[in-house]
Design a protein around this ligand. Structure first.
Ligand SMILES: [Zn+2]
Ligand SMILES: [Zn+2]
Length: 343
């Protein structure tokens, strides 16, 4: 089903107000301003964090708002002052949708932690539409061999797992556990394998055991059937546990599975507290660290690494008109594993 669009207009899947359902509307195609480009969107991943826009769970969102921060497309118009990027160039836009360049973090070169970070789909209209206007500091160049639907999820789920792991301090051969075999975890397992780690995938139930091994896990731990912490300790403890499953309980239970100097890296977002005693951290000098996506240059590294090593997301695609269905599928937790909208 394709809704007809008149000349100069485009189709948009927007949230009219916090907590409301998606609506498909026609809008004028936007013009890029100074320092911006217009992107003809080819594909946009549906991420759990789109919930912030859908439900109004992020402060200051102005409605109507178009969600979407896993955007793959083609530059089709340049705003004034844009020199490096070209019309017709394939680009991606992820969670990092622009920095102010003036806050203390930015002045230190730490753009990822910009105090006034802009996020597509939250600060401005994101990728659930046919055309998107974005500032140049949000753009990542796209390698030729990656298709749009494959690249889109790499711009949030991919970069987050890749970037967290490459900054984790684990060395090749180290035991790295990936908690959760889902949207983030199925990518985390692949990256961890390609980084040369001994990968322990941890899931609830046995149904993902075969898949986890196919994705590159050395072993699979069914945390329903066995004590995952003991299983990790029998292997000497994990240097890193990449916690992708949004379960604070599961994370808390695994802390004792860390090796001395081991690190729990939290990327599965929930608002429940993680429970840990000081003794658990003091003995073995363990740490817990959170990690948020990365900058567009980190995205480029992620895409290049995926191109080089064959890491790819497993996806289900839906047309833009079915954004509501696609979003519901993602929220159900049953998607295998990333949902992607095509325009
Ligand atoms: Zn995301
Ligand atoms: Zn800043």
């Amino acid at each position: 089903m394709t809704t007809k669009v008149s000349a100069g207009t485009m189709k948009v899947a927007q949230i009219p107000k916090a907590g409301a359902d998606f609506e498909i509307v026609e809008r004028e195609i936007p013009q890029p301003d100074f320092g911006q480009v217009r992107i003809k969107v080819q594909a946009c991943g549906v991420c759990h964090s789109d919930m912030f826009t859908k439900e109004g769970a992020w402060p200051g969102i102005q409605y109507p708002r178009v969600p979407g921060h896993e955007i793959a497309g083609i530059i089709d118009e340049l705003g004034a002052g844009v020199s490096v990027w070209e019309k017709g160039q394939r680009v991606g836009v992820g969670w990092h949708g622009g920095q102010d360049g003036t806050c203390l973090s930015c002045r230190r070169g730490d753009f990822r932690n910009c105090r006034n970070l802009k996020i597509p789909g939250i600060s401005y209209d994101g990728g659930y539409q046919q055309y998107l206007v974005a500032p140049v500091e949000a753009l990542a160049a796209m390698p030729k061999s990656l298709s749009d639907v494959e690249a889109a999820p790499l711009l949030c789920a991919g970069i987050t797992t890749y970037n967290a792991l490459r900054h984790s301090g684990a060395f090749p051969g180290d035991l790295v556990a990936v908690l959760g075999v889902g949207g983030l975890g199925h990518l985390g397992i692949q990256f961890a394998n390609k980084f040369g780690y001994k990968v322990a995938a941890i899931g609830r139930g046995s149904e993902n055991a075969m898949l986890a091994k196919k994705l590159g896990a050395t072993l699979y731990i069914d945390s329903k059937a066995t004590n995952a912490t003991e299983a990790l300790q029998e292997l000497g403890g994990a240097q890193v546990i990449l916690a992708t499953a949004p379960s604070s309980k599961a994370m808390s239970e695994l802390i004792d599975g860390l090796a001395p100097n081991g690190k729990l890296i939290v990327i599965g977002a929930t608002s429940d507290p993680i429970e840990v005693t000081p003794i658990q951290l003091i003995s073995g000098s363990r740490t817990i660290q959170g990690w948020a996506a990365g900058t567009p240059t980190d995205s480029e590294d992620t895409l290049r690494f995926a191109e080089l090593t064959g890491v790819r997301p497993m996806i289900e695609t839906y047309p833009l008109e079915k954004a509501a269905e696609a979003y519901a599928r993602m929220m159900s937790g049953h998607a295998e594993f990333r949902v992607v909208l095509t325009m």
